[in-house]
Design a protein around this ligand. Structure first.
Ligand SMILES: O=P(O)(O)OC[C@H]1O[C@](O)(COP(=O)(O)O)[C@@H](O)[C@@H]1O
Ligand SMILES: [Mg+2]
Ligand SMILES: [Mg+2]
Length: 349
């Protein structure tokens, strides 16, 4: 693919993707559909409470989360756009079962229509996540989603932040586009995102520390010990309550994001869902030179047995993710001897 100038419109970029690989024509059409829905959703979010209470609660979704008005608005906008694209089936966070849109169409799409729902109503960053796979035809509508993340033809997310951005990959690097509101289109700003291998920033919800598995406790403990501990460097911490927001930071400046399994009821495999959050992000991260595991296994090799199945996610700068892996493999000193916290670790009995 030719180098692409900053400012290249999304449709011109997609034309080059298809020119380089005609087999991606339908996939590019799906990205166009998601981008068009995202422009609408961005306008709804940009009006805030002037457009009504976007945080108004309704029913529960299949994962037990209370749906907010914006969850449903985003779900309706994205699925309506996908109905006009070559999409056979959709697995959405906001629909209990697989949705059949266009029987016989070539693609299956997993979507988190609105990621970061706890940020709705407080003017914080939220997003839309998608992963596109070949559709497996036949009566079993879930079959297309019981394949590993390596079958994804493309993946991406939109961030409704100070700028509305689209971060996408077709398996040849990870690109960033920004919504040009005057032109009403996304335009290229980064042709190939690169995650630094080393980092000094970690993202985890520290309020769950007492529930974490010992390797995670030990890793975070050593981050807290900073240059006085085995990591031999001082860390910064971030947790934005919105996976897509944390991921744009990790993709842009490195770091390690952790949503591990923990001992809370229902959280043995963490909180994030494999098909429409973890696998799309894993493709973006790997295509930007990072790594993504569940602590031990490569995320993109995992196969979901149910469309709302959860998976732990440890991803970002390769050296940091590898370091977490050594804790899972039992290869790190017991931080319980930490001089910083005496015999009792800060977060371990
Ligand atoms: O509230 P917690 O446990 O810190 O979890 C925050 C995580 O939950 C999520 O909001 C889950 O996604 P949804 O909002 O789409 O359900 C992630 O975006 C975010 O990283
Ligand atoms: Mg989500
Ligand atoms: Mg969601």
């Amino acid at each position: 693919m030719a180098d692409l100038a900053v400012g290249t419109p999304l449709d011109a970029y997609l034309a080059q993707v298809v020119q380089a690989d005609a087999g991606l024509r339908d996939t590019a059409a799906v990205v166009t559909a998601v981008a068009e829905a995202a422009i609408d959703i961005s306008a709804v979010i940009g009006r805030g409470a002037l457009g009504g209470d976007l945080a108004a609660t309704g029913d529960q979704n299949s994962d037990g989360d209370v749906q907010k008005a914006l969850d449903v608005i985003a779900h309706d906008r994205v699925t309506a756009a996908l109905r006009g694209a070559p999409v056979a089936t959709v697995a959405s966070e906001e629909a209990t079962d697989v949705m059949v849109l266009n029987p016989g169409a070539p693609l299956a799409v997993a979507i988190d229509p609105l990621d970061g729902s706890s940020n709705i109503g407080v003017n914080m960053v939220v997003g839309t996540v998608f992963g596109i796979r070949p559709a497996i035809q036949g009566d079993d509508v879930e079959a297309s989603f019981r394949t590993p993340g390596t079958t994804q033809l493309a993946a991406g997310f939109v961030n409704y932040g100070p700028a509305t951005t689209l971060i996408v990959t077709f398996g040849k690097g990870t690109q960033t586009f920004v919504l040009d509101r005057e032109q009403g289109q996304f335009r290229l700003t980064v042709a190939a995102m690169k995650i630094p291998a080393a980092a000094k920033e970690y993202a985890i919800n520290a309020s769950n520390a007492r529930f974490w598995d010992p390797p995670v406790k030990a890793f975070v403990e050593d981050c807290l010990r900073g240059s006085e501990g085995p990591r031999d460097k001082d860390y910064n911490m971030r947790w934005l309550g919105s996976m897509v927001a944390d991921m744009q930071r990790v993709l842009t400046r490195g770091g390690v994001f952790l949503y591990p399994g923990d001992s809370r009821k229902g959280y043995a495999r963490g909180r994030l869902r494999l098909l429409y959050e973890v696998a799309p992000v894993a493709m973006l991260i790997e295509q930007a030179g990072g790594t993504a595991t569940d602590g031990q296994e490569r995320i993109l090799d995992l196969v979901a047995t149910g469309i709302h199945e959860r998976a732990p996610l440890i991803c970002g700068s390769a050296e940091e993710v590898a370091c977490v892996g050594t804790y899972y493999a039992g290869g790190k000193p017991d931080a319980g001897r930490s001089p910083l916290f005496g015999q009792r670790g800060l977060i371990r009995p």
